[in-house]
Design a protein around this ligand. Structure first.
Ligand code: PFF
Length: 456
């Protein structure tokens, strides 16, 4: 088989695609980021805005992105070029794919550092190092890790290597095999954690925090964060879902699979919130602790609870698994592109891309110590320098803008017959989805952007 076709292996079934895309969607975003940004933004009202963004913008754009991938049958750059030419417009639309590839590399660079914290904390939990932690000592523990670039680099390297190992093996024997093992385990671990949270007696308090809506707590920054997070959590706007879509069998329904993926992703985020906040409240801790929530607050809880070493290890194992199946999708677009255009072997491509992300990741590593600086964004103070810059640049700008471009291309540029032919929806459903992609999603996106950035 010529090299070029190796990257166009297909998932062996629809289930494999659903697992892989859910694996991409469910990650640090659900278990680390969602609870802490919910905590920072006051709970219920933020969750409501986030859910609305998922339904009105996320799901329709995910359908579009999968559709583009399956019709384009190549890496995002090649797919966008082919689709643009097919519809008789400029092949410069390929730039959209290229920007996506860059976004993936930027995200992976910091994603892998945070995932490295999780690998390190998994061992700490297993060794019983959480016993007797107080607010102060737990903070000092994370501070110690963050202030030690060598240690951070070590764990970042381990996680990068894990990711490269899977991606190098290809779609079926790498990606597919990994998600088939990791995703079911992830659900079991989450259920165990949820069971524990129910047993603390603070479950209702957790629910109330997540679902009691108080609009007074909703700031413009919160709305922008919710929008950015809807993209981040569904892995939208950068070609990861597009490239996964390009490996999807022709017969599988795009709408059905999208719904399943979005529902599972949302469920995991809510379940993670329901597993974490009761522990926070049971121990009298702070819900708005920020990025440290699962790395400072939870270890205190694990140190105090019965069987904490076991539950702590399971929790961080869950986080590592979730991050792993997402990281492989972050570097897949670049890997596919390199093997497609540079005639590189897939494994060489995977290692090359990982190396670039790893090297860039050193910037994030340093941002927690010597290179830290603070700045203001949309009214909030950010103190972790380049890490915050990268996070905001990608989740708040690149992904939503990528999503906007996907909506515009699908709704206004690509010929409707091709869209219809690939997405295969019934007349009525198609009409609704198409109008959402043409009008609702782009206008809402623009409105939220302009409004939240304070221009209107
Ligand atoms: N969806 C992942 C998460 O929630 O952690 C992060 C992510 C993966 C974002 C892949 C974008 C992406 F392309």
């Amino acid at each position: 088989m010529p090299k070029k076709q190796i990257i166009h292996e297909q998932w062996s079934s629809r289930l494999a695609f659903v697992l892989a895309a859910t694996g991409s969607a469910v990650g640090l975003g659900n278990i680390w980021k969602f609870p802490y940004i919910t905590g920072e933004n006051g709970g219920g009202a933020f969750v409501l805005v986030y859910l609305m963004c998922i339904c009105l913008i996320g799901i329709p754009i995910m359908m579009a992105e999968i559709m583009l991938g399956r019709r384009g049958q190549q890496s995002p750059v090649g797919a966008m070029r082919t689709l643009a030419l097919e519809s008789g417009v400029s092949s410069h639309w390929a730039v959209l794919g290229a920007v996506g590839i860059v976004a993936g590399i930027l995200i992976m660079s910091f994603y892998s550092v945070i995932a490295g914290w999780a690998v390190s904390y998994m061992l700490e939990a297993a060794l019983g190092h959480f016993n007797g932690l107080t607010g102060e000592t737990a903070g000092a523990k994370l501070g110690g890790l963050l202030g030690d670039p060598l240690q951070l680099t070590f764990w970042h390297t381990i996680f990068s290597a894990m990711t490269a190992f899977v991606v190098a093996r290809g779609v079926r024997s790498g990606l597919e095999k990994a998600v088939q093992i990791l995703m079911p385990l992830l659900f079991v671990l989450l259920l165990i954690m949820l069971g524990y949270a129910i047993s603390t007696g603070y479950f209702m308090q957790g629910l109330q925090f997540l679902f009691a809506v108080d609009f007074a707590k909703l700031t413009p920054e919160a709305i922008l964060t919710a929008l950015g997070h809807a993209f981040f959590t569904l892995s939208l706007g950068m070609g990861a879902i597009m490239v996964y879509g390009s490996y999807m069998p022709k017969g599988a329904s795009i709408a059905k699979t999208t719904f399943i993926i979005a529902i599972l992703d949302t469920l995991v985020a809510l379940m993670a919130g329901m597993a974490i906040f009761p522990l926070v409240f049971a121990n009298g801790l702070e819900a708005g602790a920020g990025p440290g929530l699962v790395f400072v607050t939870l270890p205190i809880a694990f140190g105090e609870m019965f069987g904490g070493a076991l539950f702590g290890t399971l929790f961080f194992l869950l986080l590592v698994f979730a991050a792993w199946t997402s990281a492989i999708s972050l570097i897949e677009p670049a890997t596919a592109w390199l093997s497609e255009n540079r005639g590189m072997k897939r494994s060489t491509a995977a290692y090359a891309v990982t190396f670039v992300c790893w090297a860039l990741g050193l910037v994030t590593v340093m941002s927690f110590s010597s290179w830290s600086f603070s700045f203001h964004f949309a009214g909030a103070e950010k103190t972790d320098g380049m890490f915050d810059v990268l996070d905001i640049l990608t989740s708040t700008f690149m992904l939503p803008l990528g999503g906007l471009a996907i909506a515009i291309f699908t709704g206004w540029v690509m010929k409707q017959v091709y869209v219809r032919d690939e997405i295969r929806l019934g007349q009525g459903v198609f009409a609704v989805w198409y109008q959402v992609i043409r009008w609702v999603a782009p206008l809402l996106l623009l409105y939220l952007f302009i409004h939240s950035l304070g221009f209107a």
